[in-house]
Design a protein around this ligand. Structure first.
Ligand code: AMP
Ligand code: ZN
Ligand code: FE
Ligand code: FE
Length: 283
């Protein structure tokens, strides 16, 4: 029987952006600014998903409460599989969980070590840069490749940040080191231990759809169907795959401020019912 309930107009539908970064990882904006921009974009909810870091949450929460926008607990964690970079988003976990805390502090140390390795490899191919310059740009948060890219830019080895990833620090480049040596299975175990829901981020970058079923066997709970780098055909494909594998669906912009210029917060925002489904599953 057809429903008599009117569909909300597109403009009135509550929307959420579940993938954003702050300067606690490789974004350029503060947690407060991200919340303010999300509010200004008319969003009902956001998650801050910094790389291997959850320090933005307590800073952003009072601002979100003040502005009346829902802030979900989130993170984007690095893993690697078969030489491929795998990013796992996670939502609704216990931030105080000891397994998670231990993982994050180990990952922080690994990322520092990684920068030293990357810088040595880059020096070997003629880039005269120092690890200390990278750490100075990263500040207190998670250090990552975009910070290395900025140092390469500052010294004139590249003319745009994206060039760093095509010539120096992307997969198959001389300075490439994976963000984490851990397999997705191990990172999923950490997220599950903290009662979170692991979600495979931007599957389009993985380019190996057939791996997703394997990750599901290992405890993956969701798929980022909607993402600013997913064209409509990819959204349709991942939507079908999520249905087939019984996965929750999430989405968001992957906002990074000036690190990804021209990508506003709220791009690829999802209807709020996806957030409700996520919260039901984590309850
Ligand atoms: P990391 O976690 O240190 O491996 O850095 C991953 C981050 O690098 C991503 O979240 C993006 O912000 C950035 N990134 C990865 N690939 C590219 C690319 N081709 N162009 C620009 N930024 C990129
Ligand atoms: Zn990033
Ligand atoms: Fe990512
Ligand atoms: Fe991201």
């Amino acid at each position: 029987m057809p429903s008599t309930k009117p569909m909300p107009a597109e403009s009135q539908m509550a929307l959420a952006d579940l993938h954003t970064h702050t300067y606690f990882s490789d974004g350029t904006e503060s947690p407060a600014r991200v919340v303010e921009m999300a509010k200004a974009a008319g969003l009902a909810a956001i998650a801050i998903t910094d790389h291997d870091n959850i320090d933005a949450f307590p800073v952003a929460l009072p601002i979100a409460q003040q502005l009346g926008i829902e802030l979900l607990v989130g993170i984007e964690m690095s893993a690697s599989y078969d030489g491929l970079e795998v990013h796992l988003l996670s939502y609704g976990f216990d931030r105080e969980n000891v397994v998670l805390q231990k993982h994050l502090s180990e990952q922080k140390a690994r990322r520092v070590e990684r920068v030293h390795t990357m810088v040595k490899r880059l020096q070997a191919v003629g880039c005269q840069i120092e690890a200390e310059e990278v750490f100075a740009i990263a500040g207190a948060g998670t250090v990552g490749r975009p910070h290395v890219a900025r140092v390469l830019l500052k010294h004139g080895y590249i003319s745009r940040l994206s060039e760093a990833f095509s010539r120096y620090i992307g997969p198959d480049n001389p300075g490439f080191v994976p963000g984490s040596p851990l397999a997705p299975k191990e990172v999923i175990r950490v997220i599950r231990a903290a009662n979170g829901i692991p979600v495979l981020a931007h599957p389009i970058f993985l380019k190996r759809d057939q791996l997703i079923a394997t990750f599901v066997e290992q405890g993956l709970g969701g798929l980022e169907v909607f993402h600013s780098n997913h064209p409509p055909d990819a959204v349709a494909r991942y939507n079908k795959l999520a249905n087939r594998l019984g996965l929750l669906k999430t989405g968001g912009s992957d906002f990074h401020g000036d690190t990804k210029e021209g990508l506003p917060i709220g791009t690829s925002a999802i209807p709020y019912h996806f957030v409700e489904a996520l919260k039901r599953r984590s309850a």
